[in-house]
Design a protein around this ligand. Structure first.
Ligand SMILES: Cc1cc2nc3c(=O)[nH]c(=O)nc-3n(C[C@H](O)[C@H](O)[C@H](O)COP(=O)(O)OP(=O)(O)OC[C@H]3O[C@@H](n4cnc5c(N)ncnc54)[C@H](O)[C@@H]3O)c2cc1C
Length: 440
């Protein structure tokens, strides 16, 4: 049984857990469904990074909070992602933000992105979350000569304008770091990666310690607002709340609430994990220590060396959920990995799984509430949320509590735009994938 947000009615508790490397190396704590009706001041829909982080912030401020998930904690992207801790979100680089808005906004966004990583690290420390943090080089790799020039120009601009710690290396110098084929240069900076399922488990445990009620296996099938209170529709007990946070991201059902309906587009990303590399394979590829890589293709490949010496390799998945699409995605990833690292031509793929990424129409997530601060949401991270989604949850909680956040920043300023012709989104995505194949 496969979940497809645009075809299924919503996440249900009987869906299988992803057969991921993360799930095979960690079993998160389990939380029960409700055993009686719940009235809470804040209800949060979704137990991923956004929802749990919002709940933690609210609980740390002394609020009564209930987090509800349709499945287990981390059933969505939070338990399935690549574990890259990125300084950014959405699809805008800092230069692109400066171009669309201005340099001052880009500098403020940079500070916010840096703060997201600091927040992650400080919570990991404060709540003693063991999530296999790995520091190592993060390489952005040019897949053609034109991209190498673009990377080099951007690196100079990022250093002078944004004080970044990036270094450009040409194709020869890149091979000192990595024996990768069909690469034309790259940018290197310090990187960080982790075990995403352990992280979400740690956030849930921190919430639990702070008195947050976490209920799982309880899909919210509808929301009504009666007498100043939200009634969350479930198949079992009644849940009512004075305030509501929607943190269901790409896993949001097609129809949940007008503030999120048709305002994001779920797009699949797929991951393979190989057997541990042999010493010969490590020597031949240079994949012999913690390192993270992402290329410059329109449909990017991202890969990293895991603590036990396996290679995680990810990229775009199928347009809709199907076993045939999965088989094609797995093969595409294997071929792409072998194209870059021919020495891995006979390595076995031991894990394959997918997840749904939430894409905003204008490539920028939003963290917003209504005017009365009764309902809020955060989503649309476009595949970059390990650090930012947790900051988004914190900022959303602050907004709901009336604590000022910097609304000059576009992510906090206005609502997610609605997709026009939302029924056509997949036709457009198919066309984009076909075009990207030709363009690359
Ligand atoms: C394959 C893949 C690789 C990625 N790699 C990276 C990476 O390396 N680095 C990075 O920064 N980002 C990455 N991302 C993106 C990142 O994982 C997400 O941005 C982030 O996890 C979003 O967290 P979230 O809490 O908002 O949403 P989610 O973790 O998706 O949580 C949403 C939750 O809502 C629940 N839910 C949905 N509907 C309902 C309902 N009706 N009732 C109750 N509960 C409901 C779901 O069960 C789910 O648990 C990746 C994503 C994918 C899919």
């Amino acid at each position: 049984m496969l979940y497809d947000p645009l075809k299924s009615t919503g996440v249900t508790p009987d869906l299988p857990r992803p057969d991921s490397y993360w799930a095979s190396t960690h079993t998160p704590a389990s939380y029960a469904p409700p055993d009686s009706d719940i009235h809470t001041r804040f209800a949060v829909i979704g137990a991923g990074y956004t929802g749990l982080s919002a709940a933690l912030e609210l609980a740390e401020s002394g609020e009564d909070v209930t987090v509800v998930d349709a499945h287990d904690i981390g059933f969505g992207c939070a338990g399935r992602n690549g574990g890259f801790v990125l300084k950014g979100t959405g699809r805008y680089s800092l230069s692109a933000i400066a171009e669309k808005w201005n340099t001052d906004i880009a500098l403020r966004m940079r500070d916010e992105f840096n703060y997201a990583v600091d927040l992650l690290k400080s919570r990991v420390k404060q709540y003693a979350i063991d999530c296999d943090m790995q520091a190592g080089p993060y390489l952005k790799i040019a897949h053609n000569a034109k991209s190498a020039i673009t990377l080099e120009t951007a690196q100079k601009h990022n250093r002078s304008t944004f004080d970044s710690d990036e270094t450009f290396v040409n194709a020869d110098a890149l091979r000192d770091h990595l024996n990768i084929q069909h690469a034309f240069g790259g940018v290197i900076q310090p990187g960080l990666a982790l075990h995403p399922l352990k992280l979400v488990d740690g956030y849930a445990s921190a919430c639990h310690q702070r008195g947050v009620r976490i209920v799982t296996h309880t899909p919210i099938t509808g929301i009504s607002d009666t007498g100043g209170k939200f009634q969350l529709h479930t198949d079992s007990h009644k849940i009512s709340a004075e305030k509501l946070i929607i943190a269901s991201n790409a896993y949001t059902p097609k129809v949940l609430h007008p503030c999120v309906d048709k305002r994001q587009f779920p797009v699949q990303s797929s991951i393979i994990v190989t057997a541990p590399l042999t010493e010969a394979q490590r020597n031949a590829t240079g994949l012999n220590r913690p390192m993270m890589m992402m290329d410059t293709r329109m449909m990017k490949y991202y890969y990293r060396v895991l603590p036990d010496g396996r290679l995680l390799f990810g990229g775009r998945g199928a347009v809709s959920a199907s076993e045939r699409g999965d088989a094609a995605s797995r093969l595409r990833l294997e071929k792409a990995m072998q194209y870059s690292f021919p020495a891995l031509h006979n390595i076995s793929t031991e894990y394959f799984w997918n997840g749904w990424v939430s894409v905003a129409l204008d490539n920028l997530p939003r963290i917003m509430t209504d005017k009365e601060r009764k309902i809020g949401y955060a989503m649309g991270y476009c595949g970059s949320g390990v650090s930012f989604a947790a900051l988004a949850g914190k900022r959303l909680a602050q907004k709901m509590l009336g604590t000022p956040v910097d609304t000059r920043l576009p992510v906090y300023h206005d609502h997610l735009p609605e997709y026009p012709f939302s029924g056509m989104r997949r036709i457009a995505l198919r066309a984009l994938y076909a075009w990207a194949k030709v363009a690359e």
